[in-house]
Design a protein around this ligand. Structure first.
Ligand SMILES: *Cc1c(COP(=O)(O)O)cnc(C)c1O
Length: 221
């Protein structure tokens, strides 16, 4: 766990850019999360549904939980009652399932569309064509229990800062273009990009939401 000063330094930088800090707590203990909570942190991100539910049940109820891992359709119902923001919507099928489960809970779930900006084959997210097709679909057949509030992306895992910057610039450009689109339950406000190793570049390139894990909690095993 980090000390107060480091946490507040990161918070100050994030606030200067009018961005939001999501503390990525995957694999970290309840005690670690509590400690950061007591420093004032309220937004936490998790990658795995079972781990998220376990932690949610044991931690303060005013935590805003973000889902940032790859989400399988059959798991949506387990988080639909409480999830604050799903960062990783990468198909219309998944969006429809979120809509269905949100309706059952009588709520509207905020979602980000995950865009594949990295060159690595393994990264999840939609390419430009898939994004266009998804937007077309929701324009013709709006979903009433989801709200698309932004985009999310992960840069290539590399030490090449130029490459990272170019990928973030591509995501920001996509964000600016799709911000202009009119559709029901669609209002792009959030650009979720930047992790421990690249968050300063992300802020420079227009990020409004950072997902930071190891810098706050220490390395994961
Ligand atoms: C684990 C993870 C993070 C945080 O990574 P760090 O390098 O520890 O900051 C951010 N975003 C996603 C999608 C992750 O899976």
């Amino acid at each position: 766990m980090i000390d107060h000063n480091t946490y507040h330094t990161i918070c100050t930088t994030v606030q200067q850019h009018h961005a939001t800090l999501v503390a990525v707590s995957k694999t970290k203990s309840l005690e670690d999360i509590q400690a950061l909570y007591h420093l004032g942190q309220r937004d936490f991100g998790e990658n795995y549904v079972q781990e998220l539910i376990h932690k949610k049940n044991k931690l303060p109820q005013d935590i805003r939980w973000h889902f940032i891992g790859h989400l399988q359709s059959n798991k949506v119902k387990e988080i639909a009652s409480f999830i604050h923001l799903i960062h990783t919507v990468d198909s219309y099928k998944l969006l429809k399932e979120i809509d269905k489960q949100a309706q059952k809970q009588n709520r509207v779930i905020n979602c980000l569309l995950q865009i594949n900006i990295a060159s690595e084959e393994t990264k999840f997210g939609m390419d430009a064509l898939e994004l266009k097709a998804l937007i077309n679909t929701i324009q013709t057949a709006p979903l009433l229990h989801i709200r698309i509030v932004g985009l999310m992306g992960m840069a290539t895992f590399t030490t090449n800062e130029n490459k990272i910057r170019q990928e973030f610039q591509l995501l920001k450009k996509t964000f600016d273009i799709y911000k202009k689109v009119q559709a029901k339950n669609y209002n792009l406000q959030i650009l979720s990009m930047g992790m421990s190793s690249d968050y300063t570049i992300a802020l420079e390139e227009g990020s409004t939401m950072l997902r930071i894990g190891s810098l706050l909690f220490g390395k994961r095993d």
